[in-house]
Write a protein that binds this ligand. Structure first.
Ligand SMILES: Nc1nc2c(ncn2[C@@H]2O[C@H](COP(=O)(O)OP(=O)(O)OP(=O)(O)O)[C@@H](O)[C@H]2O)c(=O)[nH]1
Length: 532
């Protein structure tokens, strides 16, 4: 049963479709795992990198602005005079806590041409108090570390004209420019450093400008200048390490993004994946249903049709009317079957009938005889057989020729067939010029009447037989035997006794009927001679 099912079209198609589905699903998984998910990740990284670059750009703009302001101050003739000690009112006129707060400055440091401190002004980040000094003493002590770093920077690079980041809490943007006249003519009279803290206010400005939440922290020196991306739940963090002066520390500029877009894409993709899988399953179910309806069911009917080869079969008519391949196959099979039936009938006819006379042959006679003997023995009804032989047929052949003999045989056969049909018994050509008849439910006495009808019908033909010693026309001799008469209980026994009766008829001068009696075996005949 299992083996039968595993060979069925349904199973094979199901297995093939299942295989295709499996490959498709595996392809989807592989595609998702190694192509789509990495692409989504890459896109997410690209987005976050882009966002981080926006912040970097805002930082650069902030640095450039401060540098532009520092440059403006540094190449202002008043400043030039001030660092030479020629402009005592310069500080009172230009510096105030309000100005520092409005500009977001933490410190402005003026250095003379030797690098020494000329003037300092700034807001102490710890106290929020504004101070101006001429050295890093007393209330300006908080500036000392910064001032030393600036002086080191001047020594390293007297050209200055740059903006750098200093690590600290908060980190600082420091812009510096050498002090020249407004037309930048020399000599150089010192350096101006302007410091802007990257405090919460600055971060808020950046956030306003970029729309991104930004944090800054000082980290230990890292070789990496790359963007570091880390993911935690629904949030993605991106960090960029920025170099600070004097290079032993780094600033980590960090922003974080909600992964809404990525997660939405992921969700959409999963949704599409799920629906694709469902759709594939649905398609397979539909294909199977259609397969069942369009192919398997008609094939089942076709199979039954071929087995039973009957138009009466349920669905056979619609099968034969179909215009598709199954219909073509069914019609071809029907045609083939009809042809086969015809050939079979022809074969049966050939194997059971005599081609010359068209009467049943010995084979069919013997088959039927066995059947009727069985029936007669079972039912107890009488059964009689006749053996009919044309008298002196050899002489006929010798005289008229073989073809004429054939014609004679045909005429005699036709006449006997007519009588047999009229009297309802079976007659066959069982030898060259010998015929046999079987008469179920007929006694020997009744058979004698029928045999006389046969003999009479042949006499009526008046088929010339000039060389016959019996008559001038063709005549027959007939032997009759009845079943259940001693020694005649089998088909062969019956035929043997009928033959003995025929022999007796021949011996009695031919053209007569003899019924077998046991005494015939001893050549004592009871004669029922027909008239010559
Ligand atoms: N034309 C023709 N002759 C056949 C056919 N079959 C058998 N015969 C002939 O039938 C003849 C039978 O001859 P016999 O058996 O000697 O019998 P008979 O001459 O009829 O003599 P009795 O039967 O004793 O009267 C033979 O000459 C056969 O050649 C046939 O199909 N066609």
């Amino acid at each position: 049963m299992v083996q039968h099912y595993s060979r069925s079209l349904r199973f094979r198609f199901l297995a093939a479709l299942g295989g295709v589905l499996l490959i498709a699903l595996m392809s989807l998984v592989v595609l998702s795992r190694w192509v789509i998910f990495p692409a989504l990740h890459k896109e997410e990284r690209a987005v976050v990198t882009q966002e981080l670059k926006k912040i970097e750009r805002a930082l650069q703009i902030s640095q450039q602005n401060l540098l532009a302001q520092a440059r403006d101050w540094a190449i202002w003739d008043d400043t030039y005079e001030f660092v030479q000690g020629n402009y005592p009112g310069y500080t009172d006129t230009n510096f105030s806590q309000q100005m520092f707060e409005e500009m977001g400055y933490q410190l402005m440091a003026f250095f003379n041409a030797e690098g020494g401190v000329h003037f300092l002004a700034g807001i102490n980040p710890a106290t929020g108090r504004y101070h101006t000094c001429y050295s890093t003493e007393r209330e300006c002590r908080w500036m000392a570390g910064l001032v030393r770093t600036m002086q080191a920077s001047i020594k390293e690079d007297p050209e200055q004209g740059k903006s750098e980041l200093y690590a600290g809490s908060p980190p600082l943007i420091v812009a510096s420019n050498p002090i020249f006249r407004t037309d930048e003519s020399g000599p150089l009279q010192g350096w101006l450093f302007q410091v802007r803290p990257m405090d919460n206010a600055w971060l808020a400005l950046i956030e306003d400008y970029t729309g991104l939440e930004t944090t800054l922290s000082v980290v230990n020196s890292s070789d990496s200048n790359d963007i570091a991306i880390t993911i935690s739940g629904n949030t993605i963090f991106a960090q960029r390490y920025l170099s600070t002066y004097p290079l032993n520390e780094q600033l980590a500029l960090e922003t974080q993004l909600n992964r809404t877009s990525y997660l939405a894409s992921l969700e959409t993709f999963r949704y599409v994946l799920l629906w694709t899988a469902c759709l594939m399953l649905l398609v397979i179910v539909l294909v199977l249903l259609l397969l069942e309806r369009i192919i398997l069911k008609p094939l089942k009917i076709l199979t039954r049709f071929t087995q039973q080869a009957s138009d009466d079969l349920e669905g056979a008519h619609s099968l034969l009317r179909r215009g598709d391949e199954i219909g073509i196959l069914a019609r071809a099979f029907q045609k083939q079957f009809k042809r086969q039936q015809q050939l079979n009938a022809e074969l049966i006819e050939l194997s059971t009938h005599d081609p010359l006379t068209g009467l049943p042959n010995r084979r069919l006679f013997d088959q039927r005889l066995q059947e009727v003997v069985n029936i007669a023995l079972a039912s107890g009804q009488p059964l009689t057989v006749m053996m009919i032989d044309i008298d002196h047929f050899k002489l006929f052949n010798d005289h008229y020729g073989h073809p004429e003999g054939d014609v004679c045989l045909q005429r005699v056969a036709q006449a006997m067939h007519n009588v047999a049909s009229a009297h309802g018994f079976f007659i066959a050509r069982t030898g060259g010029e010998e015929f046999s008849a079987m008469l179920p439910a007929t006694s020997a006495t009744q058979a004698v009447e029928k045999s006389q009808a046969l003999s009479h019908a042949i006499d009526q033909l008046q088929h010339p037989h000039q060389v016959s010693p019996v008559a001038s026309y063709v005549t027959v001799s007939i032997g009759i035997s009845q079943l259940d008469i001693e020694g005649a209980m089998t088909p062969s026994g019956l035929m043997t006794t009928a033959d003995q009766a025929l022999y007796a008829a021949k011996a009695a001068g031919r053209h007569c009927v003899k019924v077998y009696t046991p005494s015939l075996a001893n050549a004592v005949f009871s004669s029922h001679n027909t008239p010559p």
